[in-house]
Design a protein around this ligand. Sequence first.
Ligand SMILES: [Zn+2]
Length: 232
Amino acid sequence: MKKLNVIKTAGIVLAACLFATSGVVNAAEVTNYEVKAGDNLQSIAIKNGLSISQLMELNGSIVNPDLIYTGDSIKISGNKSAKKVNKSNKMGAKANASTTGYAHPLNMPGAPVSSEFGYRQDPTGMSGTQHDGIDLAVASGTPVYAVKSGTVVEAGFHYSAGNYVIIKHQNGQYTYYFHLSSINTYTGQQVGQLTHIGNVGTTGYSTGSHLHFGISSALWSGFENPRNYVAF
Ligand SMILES: [Zn+2]
């Protein structure tokens, strides 16, 4: 009996964002991957250093990307350079963490970025056009980690941020984690780097499962581009 693996998240907007990052895959280097329990296209893509659109290109037979089955054979690229890039991203993140002190909020360098910091059209149409953080489009339930040690100064629900956590760090900066499906910490808790503080979700004004991650110099103001500190 085949077990159905369903991507819990993937709203149309999320899918559109992911499919936008198309790349070319060398068909000569294609190998097979057997779908395991709990896999979805996104997790398989991340594991193999590919984008979802690359997986779709390789697997013309996947009619509905939300429905794949345990035991299915999925074509993946054996492209060494793709894996090498992914690996060097991870090494870059370590180097970055050691110089700036910030780890990746999903501990998953290379996770798909669906929206950058800066000017954009707000997908919900509800707030301003300045995007105060960076969005990482990953499955609901993906663990979220403190990027650096500090003190949780807010942990609760906000109509726009959804379930959210804010951490104040010793250097005076704040980091923000929005739209969580669940919160795993509390106001006042001292957290270490990579303490598990919650899980990715789509609460508040959100069009699909993702983590909104922000960095600022003051509480709720002075937002900076997270790319200045974290290797994504
Ligand atoms: Zn965002």
